[in-house]
Design a protein around this ligand. Structure first.
Ligand code: HEM
Length: 434
């Protein structure tokens, strides 16, 4: 149980134990720790100031309506005057020390504000539109069928994450992207390092566990990604193919070829966010079906409920835990004064469990009908790959569920230690084939 306001300094300051829980990557390994903390904040202090040693002060935003209000106003709330990802101050200081005073080690869309953001988003926006994505359905279904056959080849027991969920979204995005299959293990390892900067199981031996370890890990993984993609990018400029890598490598901004840094920003986002989030959602969806067997029976009986299953899996798992914003002018949010340059942490998992928006939010219900989750964010930065991710998930469940008669846990699920992007790292299951 969270110890409430006793230790609070002022009416809008979050009690230290609650603030530490929300900021700490470890809390996200246990739903029974992180979700009660979010619930306490939604109930008692939905816009609360966190002052935790080692971090810049920041506002923790936990209500669905407030997350959306901030996201729909990109001029008042910028992504990247500070780091758009929450880090310990030591890590941000390390990044600034090697990057001319800036924490922007990657020139990706999430580190851009208007008008730069619109110019670069335009490059791939049309490729990710539903009209283009639906054309990929047959290709994706073929990959899903192969993956399901592979899963069924296990002798009715496997680790659903390690043996299956990590690989199918990787296959899909790397095929469309144009990265050769033999490089997928490398992409997976670098992604796990980038998103697992706080997880001792993902950290590199040569990087000491000091207060700036996250910054150093982030830098090291990015350098390896850049080295890899510089070669592919050059190749695609010389000999373009019909893939996403060629589209980005040969794109223009204001009539000029895209810069190396911005192209790398795109490549790394697609090579990381393009599969890790989807894997987490697929695995979380299966865990939801195991934990709520009546939902498993419903979707087995009525396959048209698969679309509802996909959205509920996204809501219930919420693979992206936060993005940061900063105010550009003095303003108010839910009556609370926010000053120019104050930082805000948008807590998507909390918004997705907001009882004002979702009935019985902790339950996994595939028949919610309207499911306005913010797992893909909202507003101008809303996930570029959302239609692709949803299509991949729907196809996968359509291929997988008819082949399963029953499924249950065969061990304890384990979650990645991260306050940024992640989900299940292990999901031991036992299953009966249909
Ligand atoms: C279940 C899967 C996914 C989830 C939960 C997810 C979640 C998110 C979230 C929360 C954001 C930030 C939105 C905001 O600030 O409002 C984002 C941005 C982004 N995502 Fe995804 N994502 C997923 C899959 C993908 C895929 C498959 C791709 C590409 C292949 C992708 C590419 C991007 C890009 C490029 C951005 C930056 C957009 C911008 O800042 O304009 N994502 N995603």
């Amino acid at each position: 149980m969270i110890q409430a306001a006793a230790a609070a300094q002022s009416p809008f300051e979050v009690p230290l134990d609650v603030a530490r829980t929300i900021l700490s990557p470890k809390s996200y390994t246990d739903d029974n720790v992180i979700y009660p903390a979010f619930k306490w904040l939604r109930t008692n202090l939905p816009v609360g100031l966190a002052q935790v040693d080692g971090y810049d002060p920041l506002w923790i935003i936990t209500k669905h309506a407030d997350v959306m209000a901030v996201e729909r106003n990109p001029n008042l709330f910028h992504n990247a005057d500070f780091n758009t990802i929450l880090n310990e101050r030591a890590s941000d200081d390390f990044m600034k020390s090697i990057n001319n005073g800036s924490t922007r080690l990657i020139s990706s869309l999430v580190y851009m504000d208007p008008p730069e953001h619109g110019l670069y988003r335009e490059i791939a926006a049309h490729w990710f539109l539903p009209a283009n994505i639906v054309k990929l359905e047959a290709q994706i279904r073929a990959l899903a069928k192969i993956s399901v056959e592979h899963l069924l080849s296990f002798d009715c027991e496997c680790d659903f994450v390690k043996d299956f969920a990590l690989h199918y979204p990787m296959r899909v995005i790397m095929t469309l992207f144009g990265v050769p299959p033999e490089d997928e293990p490398r992409m997976l390892k670098l992604t796990q390092e980038l998103f697992g900067v706080h997880d001792p199981e993902e950290q590199r031996d040569e990087i000491k566990p000091e207060p700036d370890v996250a910054g150093r890990m982030w830098h090291a993984a990015l350098q390896d990604f850049y080295g890899y993609f510089n070669v592919l990018s050059r190749e695609r400029r010389e000999r373009p193919r019909d893939d996403l890598l060629s589209l980005i490598a040969n794109s223009k901004v204001n009539g000029e070829p895209i810069g190396e840094a911005e192209a790398n920003g795109y490549y790394v986002t697609i090579a990381t966010a393009g599969h890790d989030t989807t894997s987490s959602s697929v695995a979380g969806g299966l865990l939801g079906l195991i934990g709520f067997p009546s939902e498993f029976d419903k979707v087995k009986a009525e396959p048209r409920l698969t679309a509802g299953l996909v959205d509920e899996a996204l809501r219930w798992t919420t693979p992206v835990k936060h993005f940061m914003r900063n105010a550009t002018a003095d303003t108010e949010l839910r009556g609370q004064k926010i000053r120019a340059m104050d930082r805000l942490m948008l807590c998507y998992p909390s918004a997705n469990r907001d009882e004002e928006v979702f009935d019985a939010p902790d339950e996994f219900r595939i028949t919610r009908g309207r499911n306005p989750h913010v797992s893909f964010g909202y507003g101008p930065h809303m996930c570029l790959g959302m239609h692709l991710a949803k299509l991949e998930m729907r196809i996968l469940f359509e291929e997988l569920l008819p082949r399963l008669r029953a499924v249950e846990l065969a061990g304890s699920p384990r979650l990645v230690e991260t306050n940024f992007v992640g989900g299940l790292k292990s999901l031991p299951i036992r299953f009966q084939k249909a």
